[in-house]
Design a protein around this ligand. Sequence first.
Ligand SMILES: NC(=O)c1ccc[n+]([C@@H]2O[C@H](COP(=O)([O-])OP(=O)(O)OC[C@H]3O[C@@H](n4cnc5c(N)ncnc54)[C@H](O)[C@@H]3O)[C@@H](O)[C@H]2O)c1
Length: 310
Amino acid sequence: MKVLVTGGAGFIGSHIVERLLQEGYQVVVVDNLSTGKKSFLPKDISFYSMDIQSLDLNQIFKKEKPEIVIHTAAQVDVNSSIKDPQNDASINILGTINLLNCCHEYKVRKVIYSSSCAVYGVTEDCSIKESFSISPLSFYGISKFVVELYMKVYHSLYNLDYIILRYANVYGPKQSASGEGGVVSIFCKKILQQESPIIYGTGEQTRDFVFVKDVAEANIRAITKGKNQVINIGCNEKTSIKELYQLILSLNPRLSITQPPINHPTRQGDILHSRLDNTKAKQILKWEPNYTLKEGLEDTLNYYRNELSI
Ligand SMILES: NC(=O)c1ccc[n+]([C@@H]2O[C@H](COP(=O)([O-])OP(=O)(O)OC[C@H]3O[C@@H](n4cnc5c(N)ncnc54)[C@H](O)[C@@H]3O)[C@@H](O)[C@H]2O)c1
């Protein structure tokens, strides 16, 4: 079976590609390399360097005829979305409409979409079910949600099946510092270089950190399981930013960091608390996180130790 992955050269996309290849799928990647890297992909992969907004996108569909599309390409930076909402909407909304038109025209069987917990935007400390109210705090959260609505209408009008995966804060090897959830990669790099990271706000804000290999697995499951559903992908566990910092420090006992983290004011659009109920993922995708935060962080730290030659 052929699977087209948009954003396949990115952090999450490249882990999905790796798992797809392990499972024996034929894989095609479309990525404009705005944040992704070709080096994240195997050399012999079928790769198209193209923007999802391009009107030539349909030529790739015509040639490759994918049965499944895994859509991860996006503008992923919350701050950029606040500075330039138009660019965020162009890529995330208009780019996806272009993609969905191709999926419809070339009769793709199912689209699996990387959505985000940013659509909830809650500030209370609770476990969020998929039915929770939608109230994004950033333009990024809006654009991720608007796409969900488009997917539902493409389904009702054209029978294009979908699975919407709303990720918690994804972390792991290959993550860049700028995207959603980049705090883990920033802390890992800073701590390994024996520097103090910045903590925005009090550091008491909590996140539900989910390891990227678990997220890739959820995408693999969504190819064969579930239809036309919205599913949270998270660990349903909360970790404060301060706790995260201490945990990463404790995994590096031989490093000595004398200065405490630097405190900066809260950033606009930042969510106070976020923790996702994953009951639906367990029921529908038969998915649950395989990695504890400590295991995932050890894997991530090893990657950065290698990258930084430490
Ligand atoms: N990282 C997280 O914690 C997180 C959480 C929730 C949801 N998500 C979603 O997961 C998806 C992947 O995010 P990521 O963290 O891997 O980010 P990433 O920036 O590493 O990956 C995005 C990929 O899309 C490509 N891309 C961007 N704009 C494009 C365009 N116009 N045309 C073609 N390719 C384009 C980039 O080059 C990159 O390879 C995104 O849809 C994001 O919204 C991420």
